[in-house]
Design a protein around this ligand. Structure first.
Ligand code: A2P
Length: 340
């Protein structure tokens, strides 16, 4: 029997994702009894609002989760590592947006359109992981194709917005752009190189295999969410001077033959997907249109004639919404309706 309303904590409430988590709880009418907004000590005492009423931000501590039912975490990996177990110990279910718990076999990694059933595994550690933003939009678009035609191999290149790095990167792109337009020298604080009018083939840290951690997240998380370790995946992740929405060029090879028309029809009925594909009218998904939306937009669906059974497509979604906040609140909805 589901409770009627829930006490919800948002850890990282003052950040780019935390802010949208609060907006999603409001917009989707999540049944909230009380909210608690948590951040670092420097934000303690600040005012945020929830449903028109002021809420004072509190410092995140191990005691923040008493009497809370659900905690949405987006305060960085080390904060999640430190505080998620304490929250779970207080009897609160954690939905964690960091990469800290995603590959833990005891922790479900959930995209509701793909593996909602995995939420049930929350009982093992009291933690559910929200996947990487680039992975979420890719699996929303590819899972229906995998179920019908079987995906053998994925080659993906991403064009990722700076908001994925957090509020400070949004400020950095703005300031660098302003400085350059005034013919001043821009400062780099967030990224190792200038991001304004540039592209960085470097997201998260480099690993010993020459890939970045972001690239390997796309490989490993996709297999975990789609529950298929046989899919061969390779990724190149690139930061581009866009504020909101990640774009992805995706090439897939399928086991069964599929035409672009088959894929278009299949995705037109797929949950969370909108096909935007009419090249005659220059219609295709773009970050400026996806920003602020919760759907994953797919276009430029076309045959790859260089190899058998291969398709190319272009996939765009708001990285802060479906790539983070919306997905976390959708998980909270499944949890609250079916399990709490
Ligand atoms: P604060 O604003 O007080 O620094 P973003 O991803 O946009 O940079 O946001 C990160 C979020 O995580 C912010 O709300 C930030 O709070 C919060 N945060 C960062 N470090 C900590 C910490 N050690 N304890 C609690 N909250 C933290």
């Amino acid at each position: 029997m589901s409770k009627k309303s829930f006490n919800v904590a948002v850890a990282g409430a003052t950040g780019a994702v935390g802010n949208q988590m609060i907006a999603c709880l409001e917009e989707r009418n999540f049944p909230v009894n009380t909210v608690r907004f948590l951040a670092s000590s420097k934000s303690a005492g600040k005012h945020l609002t929830f449903r028109g009423k002021p809420v004072i931000v509190e410092e995140l501590t191990e005691n923040s989760f008493q009497h809370m039912d659900i905690a949405l975490f987006s305060a960085g990996g080390s904060t999640s590592e430190k505080f998620a177990p304490a929250a779970a110990k207080s009897g609160c279910v954690v939905i964690d947006n960091s990469s800290a718990w995603r590959m833990d076999p005891q922790v479900p990694l959930v995209v509701p359109e793909v593996n909602a059933h995995a939420v049930a595994g929350y009982t093992r550690k009291g933690i559910i992981a929200n996947p990487n933003c680039s992975t979420i939009q890719m699996v929303v678009a590819l899972n229906p194709i995998h179920r019908k035609f079987g995906i053998k191999r994925i080659v993906v290149s991403t064009y990722q917005a700076v908001s994925g790095t957090g509020q400070k990167a949004i400020v950095e792109l703005t300031q660098q752009t302003e400085a350059l337009l005034r013919q001043q020298t821009p400062e780099n604080k967030v990224y190792p190189h200038r991001i304004a009018f540039n592209c960085l083939p470097h997201i998260d840290v480099f690993l010993d295999n020459g890939y970045t951690k972001e690239e390997m997240k796309m490989v490993n998380e996709t297999r975990k969410i789609m529950e298929d370790d046989t899919i061969r995946i390779t990724a190149t992740t690139v930061r581009v001077p866009v504020f909101y929405s990640h774009s992805e060029s995706i090439n897939i090879e399928t086991r069964l033959p599929a035409t672009p028309d088959d894929i278009c029809k299949l995705l037109s009925d797929a949950p969370g997907v909108k096909v935007v594909d009419d090249v005659k009218t220059n219609t295709y998904p773009m970050p400026i249109d996806a920003a602020g939306q919760d759907l994953t937009f797919v276009g430029r669906i076309r045959q790859d004639d260089s190899v058998a059974n291969a398709i190319n497509m272009w996939v765009v979604a708001d990285n802060i919404r479906k790539g983070a906040a919306t997905n976390a609140v959708q998980i909270a909805e499944i949890l609250s309706t079916n399990y709490l």
